[in-house]
Design a protein around this ligand. Structure first.
Ligand SMILES: [Zn+2]
Length: 434
């Protein structure tokens, strides 16, 4: 090492060699620590199903840990009644049924949530000298995320049943709590979309819709009266479950953000019925607002559908309507649209485009909402949702299973919500017991 430094090769070789040496040393220390307890609990031990298992012998188990692969020798018991064996020591170490230590599983899940598994393994190797190979780290991350999803679901059910009452958020209460809801498609393996209609060339589905929710608070507006999202207040939630099953975790998440204590509750959505149904069911007192950006998109679509309009007029027409939308004058948009016939649509669909504006008119009083200092667009939130789902699950060539995508999305949502520390131990305890 000294020779390479003296040759002027820089300290890279030395620093890497030192880390490798420390890791080797650490592995030895860990193995010694693990050897201190033989795991012998007497001639008989609880099997976990109410029987007494009999001590058989000492057996080896290899476990991958942060400083590398270690072998632990521990007492092995066999239960006659269950017909299976167990090592009581494994449960205490958190490695029952696992070949990865809790620390390594946590790092592996964190890497797998952030980036695709192959580059994730490369990063862990480069940055921490941790070896993650094969498909196991990916499966671990997915399983950890699924366990986290189950823990969140259980917590949500307890909050709904009021057996668990979340404390109000610390500090002075913000004035407004927003719940922004959106959906986005995640590319799936064929088995997950079988028999589902979709937008593919052959009319078959290639994606499944994941429902995304972001709850965040707003205490103030800036000097130009634009609302400001409280930094660090966003809590994300994602699920492939049908809308009805989305309601419980959504409402629980909102309560954890202070829904029971905050004066003004606002739902932001793209105008889809299921969103308003959920809002009405769980928080009927909340103000409902159609996300302005989605409304604008619908207005562009509507303009394209209007026939017999020459090019120049078309642009003027759209500009005028966008102004009316900004002001929340939905009546003007609808009557302007109804003076033109719609092109290229079946008679039954003629009403749906203007109908979107008619049905949501009370959710598009943008001037009024602005005067109250409210957000009218979920743009930043949507960017957050897109980042949570899109930047990891919608990369080219990716195809997911529903459980796998649920696991990774759950981990990403917890990370983005700053709740990794709360949810990971629970998730790990659940996988550890399996
Ligand atoms: Zn048993």
């Amino acid at each position: 090492m000294a020779a390479s430094l003296a040759r002027g090769e820089g300290i890279e070789a030395a620093e890497l060699a030192i880390r490798a040496g420390l890791t080797r040393l650490g592995r030895g220390v860990l193995e010694d620590l693990l050897a201190a307890d033989t795991g012998h609990r007497g001639p008989r031990a609880e099997c976990g199903s109410g029987h007494q298992a009999r001590f058989v012998s000492y057996r080896d188990k290899t476990v991958d840990t942060v400083p590398g692969r270690v072998t632990l020798t521990r007492a092995w018991y066999h239960c006659q009644a269950c017909g299976h064996g167990l090592a009581p020591k494994d449960a205490g170490l958190g490695v029952a049924g696992q070949t990865m230590s809790p620390g390594l599983a946590r790092m592996s899940a964190r890497a797998g949530a952030a980036v695709p598994f192959a580059p994730g393994a490369g990063l862990a190797g480069e940055l921490a000298g941790i070896e993650l190979t094969g498909r196991r780290p990916g499966r671990h991350a997915e399983a950890g995320g699924m366990a986290a999803a189950a823990a969140i679901q259980a917590q949500a059910a307890a909050i709904t049943a009021r057996t668990l009452v979340p404390l109000p958020p610390p500090g002075p209460l913000p004035d407004k709590l927003y719940i922004a809801i959106d959906g986005t498609g995640v590319p799936m393996i064929a088995a997950e979309t079988e028999g589902r209609d979709g937008k593919g060339d052959d009319g078959k589905a290639r994606t499944r819709q994941v429902k995304l929710c972001c709850a965040f608070t707003q205490a103030t507006v800036d000097k130009d009266s634009y609302p400001i999202r409280d930094p660090g207040s966003s809590a994300y939630l994602a699920t492939f479950a049908p809308a009805a099953r989305f309601g419980t975790p959504m409402a629980a998440g909102a309560r954890r953000r202070g829904a029971g204590h905050i004066r003004q509750l606002v739902f932001l959505g793209d105008g889809a019925h299921w969103i308003w149904n959920l809002a009405g069911q769980h928080f009927p007192e909340a103000t409902q607002i159609v996300d302005l950006y989605h409304a604008r998109e619908h207005l562009h679509d509507l303009a394209r559908l209007l026939a017999f309009m020459p090019g120049d007029h078309h642009q003027d027409w759209l500009t005028t309507r966008l102004g009316e939308l900004h002001a929340g004058n939905i009546g003007a948009i609808v009557s302007a649209a109804r003076t033109f016939p719609l092109a290229g649509h079946k008679a039954g669909e003629l009403d749906t485009a203007p109908g979107y504006f008619e049905n949501n008119a009370h959710r598009m009083r943008y001037q009024h909402f602005r005067s109250l200092g409210l957000f009218t667009g979920s743009g930043t939130v949507e960017a957050g949702c897109k980042a949570v789902a899109g930047q990891r699950l919608k990369l080219s060539g990716m195809h997911w299973s529903v459980p796998g995508a649920t696991g990774i999305l759950t981990l990403r949502c917890q990370e983005a919500s700053g709740r990794w520390e709360q949810i990971w131990p629970q998730a790990h305890n659940q996988t550890g017991a399996a």
